[in-house]
Design a protein around this ligand. Structure first.
Ligand code: PEP
Ligand code: MG
Length: 590
């Protein structure tokens, strides 16, 4: 079977499917034979924990509301011991060699089918209890130490990850050296999944709609990140050919990963390329790729999948300090948490967000344009200030800049700076003397872009986040595959806004860089240089090619191209003109 999607990270990946659905709550994968006893132990431990929890709840309810209400939980306790559930799940683990979470889900589906067939109102009522019990078992399997997270680190064969939506929490749990490629239902070119795939150098195809339900776990899969094709159960010949091509492509990628000297265009204009990273161990990759600094550290990724106390000041301080020390003397730009609850999966949400900071209703309301970035920081000053103090302390160990995300007004910037001043005072009271850290903002909301000249007076730098700026300017959700084809970096509105932001920054004499994915596209990079932009930050994997593009670019020529582009009215006209101006994109790299 063949499926077609959007290739977002080049290369060919061949392996067995590891299926992940609904965030990290439903992991489905085949386990190695030697893992079976361990998996059975996990299942039993989850049953024991579930029993203890249910008995505890029963006791609490009995003392608060009376024994007659507490008996409701007896049904659940009985279900926990019913051979149709846990014992059946155990045989599924042994017979089909699948992980315990998935086996519980399968056992639940079987019993639910029986309940559906019986016209008994009592049994129908019990269905809710059954789902609760299975949910509790899965929760206990997930939260358990040595659980799914460890298992994911111990996969048997090279895998192709197949997911509905690849949340950062799953990403953080995986052993990427074993993942040969991935395919997702959702996604577009700039979706975080794609960004990660490119930084990890893993071939990826996204926007496949229902791939996660069509590929059975353990199936043999080929992912072609160039053509956007996914082949399920290929014949042996196809598989051999794909493996040969995969090896060849990997070798080619290695040869372009070379760095040499300061970077200038053909007409001698200095261009700086920095790296966007999500994990502190990406620093080595960034340096190897020739990054002159870290232009964007997406700090929210360090919360994901980690222990809840990652939100503590000391924990954060150690991560930031390590980052600046490893990168010194190059600068590291750390973005404060751009937490978007929808992107975050259960571990963090359970551990930190909904338990302490958010009600379920808050979480429902929050979307991509919800309580995120600087808004989140200002709404939760204690959390925000903890991060700011950790950042100021880390700045004592190497060059660093602090950057606020998702700014939409000057008022927010001023309020955030006041909190930063308070943090400085608090640290002084502890006998510390943090240095003056440049404070900048991301321009990724149209209101910030329109007021760039006002904002530029009060911050030290701008970083244009084109990923968000494009989606909010064009009202296109970049994670929604139904409209992702309308996500147009070359839309005249986007280009005009970029020009306006650059002008605002230049007028006030502050540096401006571009850190959205737009900069890692060779065609768009040339155009951005033509628009007068000289600093870019991108996924490390894109730097080698960007360096070649920069060296082949003549700013004078590109400025003329950009000036003409800015007079055109539609994306088609712009693309047509650009094709004529510098040939087909692939040609540019020859
Ligand atoms: C952006 O919006 O362009 C950006 C770099 O931020 P993120 O992709 O992390 O939202
Ligand atoms: Mg953004």
């Amino acid at each position: 079977m063949r499926l077609n999607g959007l290739g977002v990270s080049p290369g060919i990946g061949v392996g067995r499917a590891l299926v992940v659905t609904r965030g990290s709550s439903n992991l489905r994968f085949r386990i190695a034979e030697r893992r079976i006893p361990k998996e059975l132990e996990r299942l039993d431990a989850a049953r024991v924990r579930s029993r203890t929890q249910l008995e505890h709840i029963k006791k609490r309810i009995a003392s608060a509301a009376g024994a007659e209400h507490a008996y409701l939980f007896d049904a659940q306790l009985l279900m926990l011991d019913d051979p149709m559930l846990v014992s059946r799940a155990a045989s599924i683990v042994c017979e089909e060699r699948v992980n315990a979470e998935w086996a519980v889900q399968r056992a639940l589906d079987e019993i639910a089918a029986v309940f559906n067939d019986v016209e008994d109102p009592y049994l129908h009522e019990r269905k809710g209890d059954l789902h609760d019990v299975a949910g509790r078992l899965r929760m206990n399997l997930r939260d358990e130490k040595g659980g799914a997270r460890d298992l994911l680190q111990d996969l048997d064969t090279p895998c192709v990850l197949v997911a509905d939506e690849l949340t950062p929490s799953v990403v953080a749990q995986l052993d990427w050296t074993r993942i040969r490629g991935f395919a997702t239902d959702a996604g577009s070119r700039t979706y975080h999944t794609a960004i990660l795939a490119r930084s990890l150098g893993v071939p990826a195809v996204v926007g496949l709609h229902d791939v996660s339900t069509r590929i059975p776990p353990g199936a043999s899969v080929i992912v072609d990140g160039e053509t956007g094709e996914v082949i399920i159960e290929p014949d042996p010949m196809q598989r051999l050919q794909a493996e040969a091509r995969a090896t060849l492509l990997r070798a080619q990628v290695e040869t372009v990963r070379t760095t040499d000297g300061p970077l200038e265009t053909r007409d001698g204009i200095r261009i700086s390329l920095q790296a966007n990273i999500e994990r502190s161990d990406d620093v080595e990759t960034a340096i190897a790729a020739g990054a002159e600094g870290i232009g964007l550290y997406r700090s929210e990724f360090m919360l994901v999948g980690g222990p809840p106390d990652m939100a503590a000041e000391d924990e954060q301080y150690h991560v930031y300090r390590q980052l600046v020390e490893k990168m010194a003397p190059r600068v590291v730009t750390i973005r404060t948490f751009d937490i978007d609850e929808r992107q975050l999966a259960r571990p963090l949400v359970d551990a930190a967000l909904d338990a302490r900071w958010f009600s379920d209703q808050d979480r429902e309301r929050a979307g991509h344009a919800g309580l995120r970035g600087i808004r989140f920081g200002l709404a939760q000053p204690a959390i925000f200030k903890t991060q700011l103090r950790a950042l100021l302390r880390a700045a004592m160990h190497g060059p660093m800049r602090i950057m606020f995300p998702f700014v939409s007004s000057l008022h927010e910037v001023r309020t955030a700076r006041l909190l930063l001043d308070e943090c400085r005072t608090e640290l002084r009271a502890r006998g510390l003397e943090p240095p003056d850290v440049p404070v900048g903002i991301m321009i990724e909301v149209p209101s910030a872009a329109f007021t760039a000249s006002l904002l530029a007076r009060e911050v030290s730098f701008f970083t244009i986040g084109t990923n968000d700026l494009i989606q909010y300017t064009l009202a296109v959700d970049r994670t929604d595959d139904r409209v992702s084809n309308r996500y147009e970096p070359l839309h005249p509105a986007v280009l005009r806004l970029l020009r306006q932001v650059r002008r605002g920054a230049i007028r006030e004499g502050i540096p401006v860089s571009v850190c959205g994915e737009m900069a890692s596209d060779p065609v768009l990079l040339r155009l951005l240089i033509g628009c007068g932009l000289t600093e870019f930050s991108m996924t490390p994997g894109a730097i080698a090619i960007a360096r070649r593009v920069v060296r082949e670019t003549h700013v004078g020529e590109m400025a003329r191209v950009a000036a003409r582009v800015l007079t055109l009215g539609t994306v088609d006209e712009i693309e047509h003109y650009l094709r004529g101006a510098f040939g087909h994109p692939e040609e540019m790299l020859k």
